[in-house]
Write a protein that binds this ligand. Structure first.
Ligand code: OAD
Ligand code: ZN
Length: 246
């Protein structure tokens, strides 16, 4: 079966780089973006230039984030996260490349420097001017007191979750490290991503072109299934559960 074949490929590989999307966190109670009931089926994304230009957009963006706080605060790593952490501890996985913003790879045991967050992190905030970091509690308190999204105490520019919005620059260091890892691995496993958002979606093909074997694990077909060496259209928790070692 596909899962047995995956086991052989993992056993044979020396350097495995996992690349994750929102599908790895749905069993943790966090909705993905494009499945029925997903975030973008309920809300239109707020592009970065709109966040910068419009106070209304900033307020709306923060209201959405606060509405999700209980979900993010309660979420624990799932079987997919724990399987990858097991391979990391075993020395097979040097780092994980993720599009996710939920901090669950860190929570599963990856050192922060071994989680390459292409789209940032929603568990804290940053000033978009000077980069000053803020805790969400601080933002929430100021929002409740003033009835509006706060600006930076140092430079007065807007404070935003530390995530990458559409139209916002990709983080340079993370892009470079993800490129180097994709080209250095012999097995690249894309997990729980529709692979439609670029430039992130370019890493599977980059790894494949550099000689790695490519596995895609996703319930739905993706646009890149045809270039993969193995495609598993199955639940992630069930597929990766057998690789969890405690
Ligand atoms: P998507 O919502 O586009 O894709 C998630 C995929 O995971 C879907 O194809 C689902 O079928 C699959 N899936 C969900 N739960 C699963 C499960 N338990 N087992 C197997 N498959 C499952 O999410 P991403 O590809 O991560 O970026 O989205 C990419 C980017 O688009 C995000 O990082 C975010 C979003 O806009 C920005 O906002 C910049
Ligand atoms: Zn600032």
């Amino acid at each position: 079966s596909g899962v047995e074949h995956l086991g052989d490929m993992i056993a044979e590989a020396r350097v495995i780089v996992p690349f994750t999307g929102a599908g790895i966190s749905t069993e943790c109670g966090i909705p993905d973006f494009r499945s029925p009931g997903g975030i973008w089926t309920r809300n239109r994304p707020i592009p970065f230039d709109e966040f910068v230009a419009s106070r209304q957009a900033r307020d709306e963006s923060w209201r959405r984030r606060f509405a999700m706080e209980e979900v993010f605060a309660a979420a624990k790593p799932g079987r997919g996260h724990r399987a990858l952490a097991s391979l990391y501890r075993a020395g097979k996985v040097p780092a994980v490349i993720t599009q996710n913003i939920d901090n669950l790879h860190q929570a599963s045991g990856f050192a922060a420097e071994h989680v390459i967050e292409l789209h940032g992190n929603t568990t804290y905030a940053r000033c978009i001017g000077c980069g000053q970091a803020y805790q969400l509690d601080w933002v929430k308190r100021r929002f409740d007191e003033e009835g509006a999204a706060p600006n930076c105490t140092a430079c007065d520019e807007p404070v935003k979750t530390a995530t990458i919005s559409f139209g916002q620059m990709m983080p340079d260091d993370e892009m470079q490290r993800a490129t180097a890892l994709s080209q250095a691995c012999d097995l690249f496993i894309a997990i729980g991503s529709s692979l439609v958002v670029w430039p992130a979606a370019g890493f599977p093909m980059m790894a494949k072109n550099a000689g790695a074997r490519l596995v895609i694990i996703n319930r739905e077909p993706t646009e890149q299934d045809d270039i993969a060496d193995l495609v598993i259209h199955h639940d992630i928790g069930e597929t990766l559960g057998p690789f969890v070692r405690n």
